[in-house]
Design a protein around this ligand. Structure first.
Ligand code: GUN
Length: 280
């Protein structure tokens, strides 16, 4: 049976460390403020935003909430971003995605001051990551690295196979695993013989958004399996991209859904809010 990688426990430890750091900063008269922008009423986004604000409250980071109607124009949103860019009291800006279809997401991300880009989505942040320079790192992949480090999983020299090439997870994940000296293969929907490749992975990271897609026959004996999926099974129950029940019998270590990667994303967002003070 695979070792369970407990993201809930590890993320709680991280949040407690951040809470202590925020307290020390407060004693020195420094406050950390995150502006959270939500456009429209997407129920999943509302839950994510609520959880992010709750985490801020827990660690002592001030959160400013901007909840705008779905009809908000791109110009109105860009004006708000510009205002927050210039507000010296705001350290980090987070615009929850997805945005309504009449708004160009890339234009909004590009408008955020790179020094306040706590999501790590700005082209400057992504570029800095690719060439190993200082900057914000996208929270989910950063959380996965932290999860493995704190679980004693060696990455140096290992073959890491990533399934999925999204801008938020797959691509930055590849860059971070390279930074950890892993050998990296990125697979995607056009990859031929996917199973032959995933079976070579010492570390298999799956982020494709397809419920229980990765079954035991995709996994090498004793591999580390990281599941980024947040899907629903045939009964509407929350599950990941990995078929946990079958894969846990062959893997050496595995993250559950829920309680694996998910809670780490928010913990890393809090960490990025602290980084904002260094970049200020
Ligand atoms: N939508 C889904 N995940 C994320 C995230 O990490 N940040 C933002 N801003 N939007 C998201």
């Amino acid at each position: 049976m695979a070792m369970l990688i407990d993201g809930k426990k590890i993320s709680s430890q991280i949040k407690d460390e951040i809470k202590a750091e925020v307290l020390t900063l407060k004693e020195k008269g420094e406050e950390v403020t995150l502006a959270v922008v939500l456009v429209g009423e997407d129920p999943a986004s509302q839950v994510y935003v609520r959880n992010k604000k709750r985490a801020c409250e827990y660690v002592g980071i001030k959160s400013l909430s901007f909840e705008l109607p779905a009809e908000t124009t791109q110009e109105e949103l860009l004006l708000l971003v510009e205002k927050l860019n210039h507000d010296p009291a705001v350290n980090g800006i987070l615009v929850q995605l997805p945005l309504p279809s009449h708004i160009d997401e890339d234009a909004v991300i590009k408008a955020i001051d790179p020094n306040k880009d706590v999501d790590g989505f700005h082209p400057m942040s992504v570029g800095a990551l690719s060439i190993g320079q200082k900057g914000y790192v996208s929270c989910t992949p950063a959380g996965i690295i932290e999860l493995m480090k704190r679980s004693g999983i060696e990455m140096d020299g290992k073959h890491c196979v990533i399934v999925g090439r999204s801008n938020i997870v797959g691509k930055p994940m590849a860059m971070l695993m390279l930074r950890e000296n892993a050998t990296v293969t990125v697979t995607h929907s056009h990859t031929k013989n996917l199973k032959e490749i995933t079976k070579q992975a010492d570390i298999l990271i799956v982020a494709i958004g397809r419920a229980k897609f990765i079954t035991a026959d995709y996994v090498k004996d004793q591999a580390v399996v990281i599941d980024v999926g947040m899907d629903h099974d045939e009964n509407g129950k929350l599950c990941g991209d990995v078929d946990f029940d079958s894969v846990q019998k062959v893997a050496g270590a595995i993250t559950p859904v829920p309680g694996g990667v998910g809670p780490m994303t928010i913990a890393m967002l809090m960490k990025n809010c602290l980084t904002s003070l260094e970049l200020k």
